[in-house]
Design a protein around this ligand. Structure first.
Ligand code: TIU
Length: 232
């Protein structure tokens, strides 16, 4: 078979032309604080079990990317132990009994170095995979993500993680404005609000792809595998 630079991924609103050498798989905030009881998600009054559907699909795409040599990047939302990077407006938000920095069953909520801030064991980063610690919802704000991507010649992002309408959407919008082509995994993202999940995905690819593309994880895995086969 003749080698190819790109491979087509069936997607909404139209097929995505993936170049695995210029793509990064960005896994957003798959942290215990969002996915397990007692963390930030729960403190905001959410049913954290709703997010667990994304773990399997993300794990499958992660295996495929590692196998094919596609760059994998992980992000974590959290703050310095002295909370000096936590805006007062964000701290006040939520109004619950437990806020960012308060003690919880997995350590201080959304604070770097605490157990709850860690990425869940199933998706733990391995050596060589950059981990971006971010104080905001978007992964570009106040981080070195853009420098890392530009330095490696990345122009396309495969986005996954939680939550669809908050940190994934914010990151997709930031990336789109910076000129990156974004494809978001419909089953590798999840929300505490299923209707927000569906609507956020619809918003991303409405108007002929206003922020990018949406595809199921299996179609991305098949494309990466086909590309690897064609270039073997
Ligand atoms: N990572 C992320 O989405 N942070 C949030 O606070 N999400 C909510 O949906 N609350």
């Amino acid at each position: 078979m003749v080698g190819a630079m790109t491979v087509s991924v069936p997607a909404r609103p139209y097929d995505f032309s993936l170049d695995p050498a210029k793509a990064a798989f960005v896994i957003i905030d798959m942290q215990r604080d969002f996915l397990e009881p007692g963390g930030f998600g729960a403190a905001l009054g959410n049913d954290v079990s709703l997010l667990q559907t994304a773990i399997g699909p993300i794990g499958a795409v992660l295996d495929s990317c590692r196998d094919a040599g596609v760059l994998v990047i992980h992000t974590r939302e959290g703050h310095r132990p002295d909370l000096s990077d936590l805006p007062a407006a964000k701290h006040r938000r939520g109004r619950g009994d437990t806020r960012i920095g308060d003690p919880g069953p997995m350590g201080r909520i959304l604070v770097r170095g605490e157990a709850g801030h860690d990425i869940i064991a199933e998706l733990a980063p391995i050596a060589g995979e950059p981990v971006i610690d971010k104080p905001g919802k978007g992964a570009f704000y106040a981080t070195d993500l853009e420098a890392i991507l530009r330095g490696r010649g990345i122009t396309q992002l495969i986005l996954a993680g939680v939550t669809t309408e908050v940190c994934v959407h914010t990151t997709m919008r930031e990336a789109n404005d910076r000129g990156f082509e974004c494809l978001v995994l419909e089953d590798g993202t999840a929300s505490y609000f299923p209707e927000f999940h569906r609507t956020a995905l619809a918003m991303a690819c409405a108007q002929d792809g206003i922020f990018g593309w949406v595809a199921p994880s299996q179609d991305v895995i098949t494309a990466i595998s086909n590309h690897k086969g064609a270039n073997a």
